[in-house]
Design a protein around this ligand. Structure first.
Ligand SMILES: [Zn+2]
Length: 307
């Protein structure tokens, strides 16, 4: 992905991916959907105005549809000791699409959960739909989410439809300015990612080494610091716009109007007040993708050309 179009898409992607995150800070940019009709996030958020031009993830970016990992290693395992690799999409010559679901949990979200303001950050209806429709999916779990839902994590791990990767410990960002997400100090970056990987390994014997940056935010420093973690970052080319959505319709429209061969679609599985309509959007999305002839696969299958 290069040039102005690439940069624009990255910005769009980052905006929507950030929709999965924090919303209580009064200082940063409130994450929104990319659709023009998007509204600010609900009640608990302190309204704020997006700063023009902020913040796009910065280069370097490695966009390659070539398979990663090794035959004997875990999917997504990286042996690059200098830079964490990144994939944004799979082969463009095959009708394969990977639906991915992030399970965020920030300190503020956990507070709302513990206070009873939010009853659950596990969208069980969504997972049930995926199972009913037999949709393979890749899920990126934060460490804090695994702490709240260890049994669910085990169940997801045991389901051959799904594969699991990590999404940091508590969904802080890996750049200084990433919407309202706090940031992980450089000195803590590697330990943070390793912590989530270790947590997942305890719950999932088949844990992959796929990883996703909170808010889609990273820079060269982060990629360098995280190289020893042995994971591969999974970006996207289709942000699902389910963060703070007001209805399922814009989510369905966003996905179906942008998806193409090899797409990686980002949606969220925590539900609650942060992504309340993903479960209602998923069935129309899946049905239409299949009608168009797309085969839904995991990220591992996508990157291997479904071999
Ligand atoms: Zn997230």
């Amino acid at each position: 992905m290069t040039g102005a179009r690439g940069i624009a898409l990255l910005l769009v992607a980052a905006l929507v991916m950030a929709g999965c995150g924090e919303q209580e800070s009064s200082t940063g940019v409130v994450p929104l959907s990319t659709t023009p009709t998007a509204s600010p996030p609900p009640s608990t958020a302190t309204p704020s105005t997006p700063r023009p031009g902020s913040p796009a993830p910065s280069t370097p970016r490695v966009s390659t549809p070539t398979p990663v990992g090794t035959p004997n290693g875990r999917p997504g395992a990286s042996h690059n000791s200098n830079l964490m690799p990144i994939v944004d999409h799979g082969p463009r010559d095959q009708k394969l699409v990977a639906l991915t679901f992030d399970a965020d949990l920030t300190a503020a979200m956990r507070k709302r959960l513990l206070s009873g303001k939010v009853t659950s950050y596990y969208n069980a209806t969504l997972i049930k739909e995926l199972r009913t429709l037999q949709v393979p999916a890749t899920m990126f779990l934060t460490g804090m989410w695994m702490e709240e839902y260890p049994e669910v994590t085990r169940e997801l791990a045991a389901d051959p439809l799904f594969e699991l990767g990590t999404h940091t410990y508590d969904h802080r960002a890996f750049t200084k300015h990433c919407y309202t997400l706090g940031s992980v100090p450089r000195s803590d970056m590697l330990a943070d990612v390793q912590k989530a990987v270790t947590q997942l390994d305890k719950l999932d014997p088949h844990a992959t080494r796929w990883f996703r940056f909170p808010g889609g935010c990273y820079d060269g420093t982060a990629l360098h610091e995280l190289a020893p973690a042995g994971v591969t970052a999974v970006g996207l080319d289709v942000p699902g716009a389910d963060g703070f959505a007001k209805s399922p319709k814009p989510i369905v429209k966003q996905v179906l109007s942008h998806v193409q061969n090899g797409s990686i679609v980002v949606l969220h599985m925590h539900g609650g007040d942060n992504a309340p309509y993903t479960d209602e959007a998923i069935t129309p999305i899946v049905k239409e993708l299949r009608t168009r002839g797309f085969q839904l696969v995991t990220v591992t299958q996508l990157m291997n050309g479904n071999r």
